[in-house]
Design a protein. Structure first.
Length: 326
């Protein structure tokens, strides 16, 4: 269960009063997520999603809540956090900052259930985030090349031998990718990126439409095409890369925000960086840490994507996504 911090009855009472939610009916831990504690709270006034931020402090949680409020106001399909009686949005519970969101009905897709229509909708929704983010001044992210180099050094120094052996080859891959990015990505548009739009961060309603984008905790400044390629790799690869899904996602994205030639030129390099980023962080954040009730994420899945990209010529990837090379 992704409930690393338990809410006591007194904390629940404090929450009910602070957000004016009415009388308590039920509280259930949500068995999803790998970082934060998530709960479904039912009161006489309805159902709510409660999140306790396990790794962010109050300032970070406050910034995220304000960002979500602004994005929702600009048409991004994400629930905005509730305001407390006193106008704030974050409440400290059990020593952790917490937020309350209106409950959004819907379900998540397993990989086998993803359809081209799903991929097209997700692509369009991501483009809406990027369009809405033009007015933002996002902070630098936590997973830049230098951050990954620090993690690779830790893998080499601290990981068991079966993991540590991958540090040097991954560092070589990172050096090669960064050299390529310096050439092809320098002019690609940058702005607010979600950074983590995986299948468990998108809800679909009964009619098959996207009802919510979730978990903006990794949102930061970055290349917009990087964010698109994170999402392609998360949604369009099962046992192998699915060009029908990738083409549908690209079609949905470009229906809202067309890609320039500079972004198409950066597609392969940014996809490679995305694959390496999740390979490295899944080693340090999951494979090198005890489970402790977390939803585990296998680093080898993105390692396989990285190796596939290294073996795939850039024109082939562009053709698969857009029908012809840039």
């Amino acid at each position: 269960m992704a409930t690393f911090t338990r809410l006591t009855p007194s904390s629940v009472d404090e929450l009910l009063f602070a957000y004016d939610l009415g009388s308590f009916v039920a509280l259930e831990g949500i068995p999803a997520g790998s970082v934060n504690s998530n709960y479904a709270l039912t009161t006489q006034r309805g159902r709510w999603f409660v999140r306790l931020y396990e790794e962010q402090g109050v300032d970070g949680a406050t910034r995220e809540a304000a960002l979500l409020t602004r994005l929702a106001g600009r048409g991004v399909p994400t629930p905005r956090p509730l305001e407390r009686r006193d106008g704030g949005q974050i409440l400290v519970l059990e020593g952790k900052p917490g937020a309350v969101f209106p409950w959004r009905a819907g379900g998540m897709r397993c990989q086998a259930a993803v359809t081209p229509r799903d991929a097209e909708q997700v692509g369009a929704a991501l483009a809406k985030v990027h369009a809405a983010g033009r007015a933002e001044t996002p902070a630098a992210g936590r997973f830049r090349a230098d951050d990954l180099r620090e993690r690779l050094a830790r893998i080499e120094r601290e990981a068991p031998e079966d993991l540590a052996v991958h540090a040097a080859p991954l560092r070589a891959s990172l050096d090669a990718i960064e050299a390529r990015r310096a050439t092809v990505s320098s002019s690609a548009p940058r702005g607010l990126v979600h950074g983590d739009l995986f299948r468990d961060n998108v809800l679909f309603g009964p009619g098959g439409d996207v009802t919510a984008l979730l978990d903006f905790e990794s949102a930061c400044e970055g290349a917009l095409v990087f964010d698109l390629m994170v999402t392609v790799l998360a949604w369009c690869v099962g046992a192998s890369f699915d060009p029908d899904l990738a083409r549908a996602m690209a079609r949905g994205y470009t229906s809202v925000r067309p890609l320039g030639a500079d972004e198409r030129a950066a597609v392969h390099a940014e996809a490679s960086f995305a694959a390496l980023r999740f390979t490295v962080t899944r080693i340090t954040d999951y494979a090198m840490r005890p489970p402790e009730g977390r939803v585990m994420k296998d680093w080898r899945r993105f390692f396989d994507r990285l190796r596939w990209l290294e073996a795939t010529p850039e024109p082939a990837l562009l053709a698969a996504m857009f029908g012809d090379p840039a």
